[in-house]
Design a protein. Structure first.
Length: 288
């Protein structure tokens, strides 16, 4: 019988270099995990509860840590731990997984850049330094957690819940004095200015209209001198056009009267049509 361990990662915020962040989170989770203690006697296997025996950590001898390198301008520029914006414009990416003993576990290259031997060796030297620093931070964090557990203090996720550091913003509580509130309110109301007069009934100027409030005069009808000149010119042009049209109509009618003066008038045999004008009925006025 063997233990089957499954590790799921959920990304809460993506700001670039997910591979390095996920490798650190995965290694820390596996080093922090404790499995139930087990005893085997012949064919009988006994799994103890945490109350019966303390859980046992996993046997992890090495911590492979990923370090990413971004290349720009066909490998001319090198950048460690690229951000999300830098990943958008990079030409290629090189990921090296290494432990603190300078043992390379994985190398992955992607993109459209061709790397030479010297560039890979340079990246491996940088990765060795970064892996040593990250491994030291992980070991210190695990030691602090183990020490807090022994002392019975708060640790892990439980430490962040009461202070609301993860779920929401922290806000300091402010004390409010509620003594003599009615007296203070009476003094404020007495010192305040009296309210302005309010017209309950609207003012009716004409049937169908109403006014609420005093109203303000507008200056929409006032025109500037240039606008007045343009309006006068347009009015003169319209009058001249109307006069010319009227003159042409009188000339046409005079010509028609001359041509049809000698012609006999022929009456139509059709019956005269009656013209009926329908007047609208008076509707009752509605008052508002």
């Amino acid at each position: 019988q063997v233990w089957q361990i499954r590790l799921d990662m959920h990304l809460l915020n993506h700001d670039g270099n997910i591979t390095d962040a996920a490798s650190i989170a995965g290694i820390v989770a596996l080093c922090h995990f404790r499995r139930p203690d087990v005893s085997v006697q012949g064919q009988e296997v006994t799994v103890y509860t945490p109350e019966e025996r303390d859980p046992v950590p996993l046997s992890i001898h090495h911590m492979p840590i990923c370090v990413s390198f971004a290349f720009f301008h066909q490998g001319t520029y090198l950048l460690v731990d690229p951000s999300e914006r830098e990943e958008r414009v990079m030409d290629g990416l090189l990921v090296i997984a290494m432990n603190k003993h300078r043992e390379i576990c994985t190398i992955q290259s992607s993109g459209v850049v061709m790397l030479v031997q010297d560039q890979i060796l340079r990246c491996s030297k940088i990765a060795a330094v970064k892996v040593a620093e990250i491994t030291e931070l992980i070991q210190k964090a695990l030691e602090n957690d183990h020490k807090a557990r022994k002392e019975g203090g708060k640790f892990g996720f439980a430490e962040s819940i009461p202070n609301q550091k993860i779920t929401t913003f922290k806000m300091e509580s402010a004390a409010v004095d509620t003594n003599n509130v009615e007296e203070q309110a009476g003094e404020i109301i007495a010192k305040a200015d009296p309210p302005s007069e309010i017209f309950v009934n609207p003012i009716l100027h004409t049937p169908g209209t109403a006014q609420i409030g005093e109203g303000i005069e507008n200056s929409w009808g006032d025109l500037e001198e240039s606008e007045k000149e343009e309006a006068a010119e347009e009015e003169g042009e319209s009058k001249a056009a109307a006069f010319a049209c009227q003159k042409s109509e009188t000339e046409d009618t005079s010509m028609m009267s001359k041509t049809k003066k000698d012609e006999p008038i022929v009456l139509s045999d059709s019956e005269e049509e009656e013209v009926v004008i329908l007047e609208p009925q008076e509707l009752p006025r509605r008052t508002r």
